[in-house]
Ligand binder design. Structure first.
Ligand SMILES: CC(=O)N[C@H](C=O)[C@@H](O)[C@H](O)[C@H](O)COP(=O)(O)O
Length: 256
């Protein structure tokens, strides 16, 4: 196992002044999320899962929900990408400025927001959402420290297409992710990661690109990095035992 950071020096920790983007370069981000109604949907459980992922070498954690973010931030010494899901279709990943402010207030170092070109529930554009968040939190171009908020929070735009990614970078996102490829109707839902889109985005946008979505094997993760991803984010294949179990069950029943 490529365990890093046992002495606390090589984990890419980014608390304080360290640069989150640099801390994740070429590294693995682990998304720790449980879904409504699941037994593991408990912030304490997610914080333990996050700590286990960091022990295995994760350079950052992605966490959903204000309390999960708070407890994960307390449990690990690596950057936390936070989001709040509201609903399950349409624009549901940190859909409004108020959600984004709540993610920052929970202590996330990076706020992940829907980065698509679809109308947002609060009527704001992505650019207004990002500038509104920066006015409250600081970060590139913003003033430091809104009330109760940490300064310098970054924004990750979760995109579903090349046009999304281009628009999100124009809107001021610090990072773009392929998170929503296959979920917005603009790209096919490939079995594994949408490497074709990843390559297009890497070639076209001037900000760091996180490969995320349906990366299910270490080989696929390495391929995403080889395709030019700044970092690779894996969720289900590491932190969702129900799905992982079903892969094995299906294989045994000949359905895989
Ligand atoms: C589309 C959507 O809602 N994606 C969510 C975004 O936070 C999560 O449910 C995913 O688990 C995450 O993106 C990681 O992807 P995967 O679990 O495929 O490795």
């Amino acid at each position: 196992m490529n365990r890093r950071g046992g002495d606390g020096t090589a984990t890419g920790r980014a608390r304080g002044d360290q640069d989150v983007v640099e801390a994740t370069r070429g590294r693995l981000i682990v998304s720790c999320q449980a879904y409504p109604g699941e037994t593991m949907r408990d912030p304490r459980t997610m914080a333990q899962v996050a700590a286990a992922a960091v022990a295995g070498g994760a350079a950052a954690i992605r966490a959903q929900g204000a309390e999960d973010i708070r407890q994960v931030v307390a449990a690990v010494d690596v950057p936390v990408i936070g989001l709040i899901k509201d609903g399950a279709d349409g624009v549901f990943i940190t859909p409004t400025l108020e959600h984004a402010i709540a993610v920052a207030a929970a202590g996330a170092h990076v706020v992940a927001v829907d980065g698509t070109r679809r109308p947002r529930p609060d009527g704001l554009t992505l650019a207004k959402t990002i500038s509104g968040l920066r006015e409250r939190t600081g970060g590139p171009g913003g003033r430091p420290g809104g009330p109760g908020l940490s300064a310098g929070v970054l924004v990750m735009a979760d995109c579903g297409s090349l046009d999304d990614a281009l628009a999100a970078a124009d809107a001021g996102a610090d990072l773009v992710g392929t998170t929503l490829a296959g979920y917005t109707g603009e790209r096919p839902r490939t079995d594994g990661p949408d490497l074709e889109l990843l390559e297009q985005v890497v070639a076209s946008v001037g900000v760091a690109v996180i490969a995320e979505g349906r990366i299910h094997t270490p080989t696929q993760a390495a391929a995403a990095l080889a395709a030019g991803a700044h970092a690779v984010c894996v969720g289900t294949a590491i932190t969702h035992p129900t799905t992982i179990t079903s892969w094995f069950v299906d294989a045994l029943s000949g359905e895989a």
